[in-house]
Write a protein that binds this ligand. Structure first.
Ligand SMILES: *[C@@H]1O[C@H](CO)[C@@H](O)[C@H](O)[C@H]1NC(C)=O
Ligand SMILES: *[C@@H]1O[C@H](CO)[C@@H](O)[C@H](O)[C@H]1NC(C)=O
Ligand SMILES: *[C@@H]1O[C@H](CO)[C@@H](O)[C@H](O)[C@H]1NC(C)=O
Ligand SMILES: *[C@@H]1O[C@H](CO)[C@@H](O)[C@H](O)[C@H]1NC(C)=O
Ligand SMILES: *[C@@H]1O[C@H](CO)[C@@H](O)[C@H](O)[C@H]1NC(C)=O
Length: 467
């Protein structure tokens, strides 16, 4: 029997054997070649071991991971390996809070979304730095918050949340799909002939949202978990601390935990997602902790495109060209379907790779290149769905061609090159994500404007009544 022993001389070959063994079985175990681990999900009331015990157990030399990275898996709140997080735990947790708030133990997820529920932390605890969020998010007049005048226009007047039937990726009967099917992986400038066609599937796809973060930025995770994140069918935040109430998972990776090592973290994230959740979702989105998703728009978009019954590889996001290849820009995140996820992990990530690099989006474009390239996700009018900046960067302020200085220069140039669009026309009414939301008030305010979640009688609620 093959064992995963680092000291075996043919270590790489053995590792790949072990990994293949693991990947054939999509169950929640860590494979038959290693001793079984305690993989039961945590109970709702987590009892933590003393901090020094956890710290000692986390010491790799004392308690090595069961497999080499990127297949080592995650650790529970007590630092024990073999943890398989429940991606619905965040939604359950928020639903529990909603039920207690309205005093109805049988309220459903749909009731909660219909009631426009989000959580405002008014700073009674100290997790959010004593900020009264209701005050800062809901009592700041329109256009005077982080969104600015242009951003208000975009959020309140341009973007439509969750309505189907509005601009699709390409029009029906689009002749750009070649008769012999799509081209695989080759270089092409957009618009490419093989961008996915319009197609109305019978069922909405199930979406998993992943976030990368670490403990010092859990204020962003907390804001996301109280606003947009529970709209995803599954959500997990890949961190260095496990906390099921926010969907946080302690997922170690090769090398140290710092931004410059993001590629290694992302490798471990995709391997973990593939190993544990491949069968449970149709699409998998990954982005950083300063990204805000409009999940209903992402779901409608993915629902409206043809993936040939799940056989066509898809890699979707904010398209950009890097060294002549098409990659999806990292800021707003990118979305993979199941066949692409499978190829990525079993074919690409089963080979050793210890590069230390922060440019995970660029390397992802190169890694997927033999299989699939980033597709153009603009709508039929040319408006962008995956946005690399915050709302204040778009809208009226862009009309004269001079956007907010925090704009990514090359991206802005590309935006303008496309059909000469300016102002709000640059972006789709079906935006799926914004990036560069730097604190919890920014995140919550954008969500509150889009979803009209502020309490009646506040300045923001009154202003949105009139829109
Ligand atoms: C981790 O292990 C190394 C080597 O055994 C030891 O020097 C170090 O003190 C340990 N750290 C902790 C936090 O236990
Ligand atoms: C937070 O602000 C809201 C709105 O201004 C106010 O009603 C509420 O009492 C404040 N909460 C705390 C804890 O101060
Ligand atoms: C897609 O898959 C479903 C379910 O397996 C099947 O009923 C349907 O015929 C398939 N459609 C095509 C076009 O292959
Ligand atoms: C963009 O504007 C220029 C200058 O007015 C014009 O020549 C060009 O045809 C326009 N491009 C498109 C795609 O409309
Ligand atoms: C808030 O206002 C809306 C529209 O005026 C109304 O339908 C709703 O019942 C109000 N909600 C509360 C909690 O008062």
């Amino acid at each position: 029997m093959v064992t995963c022993n680092k000291r075996v001389i043919a270590f790489v070959a053995i590792t790949i054997l072990c990994i293949k063994g693991l990947l054939i079985d999509h169950s929640h175990s860590v494979g038959s070649n290693v001793p079984p681990l305690d993989a039961s999900p945590p109970s709702s009331s987590i009892v933590l071991d003393p901090a020094d015990v956890i710290a000692r157990r986390r010491n790799m030399t004392l308690f090595p991971p069961p497999l080499d990275h990127p297949f080592a898996g995650a650790r529970d709140a007590n630092g024990r390996w073999g943890y398989v997080a429940d991606p619905t735990s965040l939604r359950e947790h928020v639903l529990g809070r909603y039920r207690r708030r309205i005093g109805d133990a049988h309220a459903t997820y749909e009731d909660m979304i219909g009631a426009r529920y989000m959580i405002f932390d008014d700073g009674v605890g100290d997790e959010n730095g004593g900020i009264n969020e209701t005050d800062q998010v809901c009592r700041t007049p329109p256009g005077h918050g982080i969104e600015g005048e242009g951003g208000w226009d975009v959020l309140a007047n341009r973007i439509v949340v969750g309505e189907r039937g509005v601009p699709l990726p390409k029009s029906p009967n689009d002749p750009r799909e070649p008769p012999n099917g799509w081209e695989w992986g080759e270089m092409a400038r957009y618009p490419a002939r093989d961008d996915p066609q319009y197609y109305n599937g019978p069922e909405p796809p199930r979406i998993f949202c992943g976030m990368y973060t670490y403990h010092k930025r859990h204020y962003l995770l907390k804001a996301a978990s109280e606003s947009w994140a529970f709209h995803c069918d599954g959500f997990l935040a890949f961190s260095d601390v496990t906390d099921p109430t926010m969907g946080a998972v302690d997922l170690p990776h090769h090398g140290t935990e710092f931004y410059g090592n993001m590629w290694q973290k992302v490798r471990s994230i995709w391997c973990y997602i593939y190993t544990n959740y491949y069968n449970d979702f149709d699409y998998f989105h990954l982005a950083g902790d300063d990204t805000l998703m409009i999940v209903e728009n992402l779901r409608n978009y993915l629902w409206s495109i043809d993936d040939d019954n799940g056989t066509k590889p898809l890699y979707l996001g904010g398209l950009y060209m890097t060294q002549n290849i098409r990659a999806c820009w990292g800021g707003p995140g990118y979305t993979l379907n199941r066949v692409t996820l499978k190829w990525l992990v079993t074919e690409a990530f089963s080979k050793p790779d210890i590069r230390v690099d922060s440019g995970e989006d660029r390397i992802m474009g190169f890694t997927l290149r033999p299989y699939v390239r980033c597709y153009d996700t603009r709508d039929a009018n040319g408006g962008k769905r995956y946005l690399g900046n915050s709302p204040s960067s778009y809208g009226r302020s862009c009309d004269d061609g001079h956007c907010d200085p925090n704009n990514h220069r090359d991206q802005t140039r590309l935006d303008y090159a496309w059909r000469n669009l300016t102002g709000v026309n640059l972006i789709s009414s079906q935006v799926v994500s914004f990036h560069l939301l730097r604190n919890q008030v920014m995140l919550k305010r954008v969500h509150a404007i889009l979803y009209k979640t502020c309490p009646n009688g506040t300045v923001l609620a009154d202003a949105l009544e009139l829109v």
